[in-house]
Design a protein around this ligand. Structure first.
Ligand SMILES: Cc1cc2nc3c(=O)[nH]c(=O)nc-3n(C[C@H](O)[C@H](O)[C@H](O)COP(=O)(O)OP(=O)(O)OC[C@H]3O[C@@H](n4cnc5c(N)ncnc54)[C@H](O)[C@@H]3O)c2cc1C
Length: 506
């Protein structure tokens, strides 16, 4: 039977995977194989945060640390936050060494944007295209030249583990062929969970059944209730729906208004919309919609009409998509609202980004704990870079014994089963795991899914089984967290204890 063997296997080819591979190459590793479906959410990345030395705002890694803890409602894994904050400049340097270029101001300094959740402007970007597209273009080519093997169109359907260590992964190719890849080191860089939901901003290669893959392999999971809703996703017209209006626009002077023309955010944030945390924006939009001041498609308006066209054009992916769909942001209000987006939970890791299973690492959106209950905007990308860098350094400093045995492949497919159940459970996830959750609904959904898992038919299709488990893990986490915190808002227990807790934890 076909199988492959590598010293280091990375699952995914997004930013976290590329950063891991890049640092491994720099440290002299040669036998690195990347198995991935496509490039995940990385090509959509517009903003990435780093604290640069001598910035004109007086920003520091300490302030960055505090901003992450505050945005995370104090329940972030402090050690991980420290690693990300205090190594921030090393992440920037890594990308620079791999030819990534950031937009500059006229005086030659790096352009810094002010994103939600940050005290200071510290978000780097590219103004001619999405920075994520550039990262893929530049890094993949270079990594290939350095000998990293890329196997695209390959889906990891299982982690091969026992209770202690990892032995490799099971791959399914596009043509359906299944085989094992053996390795003493596996890095899960498989991104978030967007497509566990009927509607999300995420591309189709981010299915989200990876939660179950890790959980079934015995890895400890963390913070699974914290799914972020992107607050300003375009709701109309159809052709532009799903495109996030960057929250950085609020830093450029945009504001949100309800159907009565009120700048409703100012009531809760008198200092202005710039830098407002996404959770706050989501909540206030929800209040407007619930009080009958929402738009026809269940959102509010973003007003960009007064923003100079050149500034709007420096977000070309957004501006061009609007214009292409007949919307001129300088002339019209745009309907926006929350949509399922990035994930703060995932595989539990230590400060080396190693999971509770020896040799199994998790980086980028696949790992949980850094962001706590909510992440600062632009920080998913920063964490992808830093976690990759730190994980690579940890891998080369340890010894992992070779995999000597072979393992059977356990994977089942039944198209009829997947077509019947997957859309149904995704609808259920969207219904009960929305930005606002109710214990009763979560409980009911948990019972429905438990019953489904007992249905023999469901086990005839591994992906269906994994999808149900993944949604169930999130539902259970949301059920157990009774208070509202960060991106998890319980409408049956709306009391928020976070302000108090944050002060204690900081
Ligand atoms: C529209 C949009 C805009 C965004 N904008 C920003 C932004 O401006 N700033 C920011 O910080 N974050 C942003 N995010 C979030 C950010 O894109 C992700 O958090 C980031 O890309 C995570 O990097 P990653 O490498 O961990 O995962 P990804 O980039 O998602 O890569 C995951 C990789 O794993 C592969 N994969 C998944 N499952 C499997 C499997 N079972 N087997 C094999 N391969 C698999 C995928 O094909 C892909 O290669 C945005 C997300 C979206 C959708």
């Amino acid at each position: 039977m076909k199988f492959n063997k590598n010293k280091i296997v990375i699952v995914g080819s997004g930013l976290a995977a590329l950063a891991t591979a890049a640092r491994l190459c720099e440290l002299g590793e040669r036998d690195i194989a990347i198995y991935a479906k496509e490039y995940g959410a990385t090509p959509y990345v517009a903003a990435i945060n780093f604290v640069l030395p001598d910035n004109k705002y007086g920003d520091t890694p300490e302030q960055y640390y505090l901003d992450m803890m505050t945005a995370g409602y104090g329940i972030n894994n402090k050690k991980l936050v420290e690693e990300i904050a205090f190594n921030t400049f090393r992440g920037y340097e890594l990308l620079k060494r791999w030819d990534v270029e950031f937009a500059k101001n006229e005086d030659g300094s790096i352009k810094l944007r002010h994103l939600s959740g940050h005290t200071f402007p510290r978000s780097l970007c590219c103004t001619s295209e999405l920075i994520g597209v550039q990262i893929i273009d530049r890094m993949v080519d270079k990594l290939k030249k350095r000998g990293v093997k890329f196997y695209l169109g390959c889906e990891c359907v299982k982690l091969i583990t026992d209770e202690e260590r990892v032995y490799g992964i099971t791959i399914k190719e596009k043509n359906g062929q299944l085989y094992n890849v053996y390795s003493p080191v596996v890095v899960a860089a498989w991104g978030g969970i967007g497509n566990l939901f009927a509607k999300s901003t995420y591309p189709s290669d981010i299915k989200g059944n990876t939660l179950a893959i890790a959980w079934e392999a015995g890895a400890k999971m963390v913070d699974l209730e914290f799914l972020e809703y992107e607050p300003m996703v375009v709701l109309y017209p159809e052709g532009a729906a799903g495109e996030p209006c960057p929250t950085a626009m609020l830093g450029e002077g945009a504001y949100l208004i309800n159907t009565e023309g009120e700048r409703f955010l100012l009531k809760v944030r008198p200092q202005g919309e710039a830098g407002a945390p996404k959770t706050l924006i989501n909540r206030e939009i929800w209040k407007q919609v619930n009080s009958g001041k929402g738009t026809a498609h269940g959102g509010v308006f973003v007003d960009l009409r007064h923003i100079p066209t050149e500034v709007l054009k420096s977000y070309p992916w957004f501006y061009n998509r609007m214009i292409k769909n007949g919307v001129d942001p300088n002339k019209e209000l745009i309907e926006v609202g929350p949509m399922a987006h990035s994930f703060s939970g995932g595989i539990f890791v230590n400060e080396n980004f190693e999971s509770t299973i020896k040799g199994l690492f998790a980086v980028g959106e696949a790992c949980g704990g850094v962001h706590g209950a909510c992440r600062c905007a632009g920080n998913a990308a920063s964490v992808a870079v830093l976690s990759g860098l730190l994980c690579a350094e940890s891998i080369v400093n340890k010894n992992y014994s070779d995999v000597l045995n072979e393992f059977p492949i356990e994977y089942y497919e039944n198209k009829k089963v997947s077509e019947t159940y997957i859309p149904m459970v995704k609808e259920l996830a969207a219904k009960v795991l929305g930005p606002y959750r109710k214990g009763e609904d979560l409980q009911e959904a948990n019972e429905i899914l438990t019953e489904l898992l007992n249905n023999k038919e469901v086990k005839e299709d591994t992906e269906t089984y994994q999808t149900i488990i993944s949604i169930m893990l999130m539902i259970r986490a949301a059920l157990y967290r009774e208070e509202s915190r960060g991106t998890h808002f319980r409408i049956d227990y709306p009391f928020e204890r976070d302000e108090f807790k944050i002060q204690i934890l900081l």
